[in-house]
Ligand binder design. Sequence first.
Ligand code: SAH
Length: 231
Amino acid sequence: MAWRCSGKTNVELIDNLFKNGLITSARIRDAMMKVDRAHYCPSPSYAYEDSPQSIGHAATISAPHMHASACESLLPFLKPGSRVLDIGSGSGYLTAVLAELVRDGGKGGRVVGLEHIKALKELGEGNMEKSERGMEMMSTGLVEFVVGDGRKGLKDEEGWDAIHVGAAAVELHEELIEQLRSPGRIFIPVEDSDGYGDQHIWTVDKDAKGAVTKKKLYGVRYVPLTDAPLT
Ligand code: SAH
């Protein structure tokens, strides 16, 4: 599958993902076309392949079809003006794509990338600053990167319409559910409780009345959501 979805340019890569059904929403295709994956990959020559890459600190930038799938799942909550928390922002690539999806003519929308390793928080910022558009998204406050423990989320009076978790949790952290707006959705990889080390994507939905529904979706392999390493 991967070879068919690669490209010589960012546009070609995203176009191939769309043609092969790995992106089904035109809104997501357009957002991913606006973010040059080469700005977020340590090896730009492999940036337009549908594969993950190590970004140091035991972290990886996920394959673009995985980022697309996360966006597809959160899409009903990614409207112009929405507020999104991206936990384990790593390279900052998905943070930038999410920002493209919620930007509202420069007036509204907010995406916060939350990372527990300061060097990776700075990597995300630096990667965004490689483009005029990324720089503008940071200077207007549409995007911000913050250091903190993602298992606790990020307390904010206004709450979050969507929370993306980019590393595998051992549980559906209650604090994240509390910080979710009504309605809102969390996308989170979680380790199975049987001890065999498998992981599945879960979504946690809060409806307009505050009722919470949890769904187990498909099997995945993410790096774990952990304590920050000692520096
Ligand atoms: N979405 C990122 C994924 C990076 S890999 C990308 O595609 O580039 C997962 C990230 O989660 C790593 O950057 C890691 O440092 C971060 N992480 C792990 N545990 C965390 C925690 N408790 N709080 C915040 N970030 C965490």
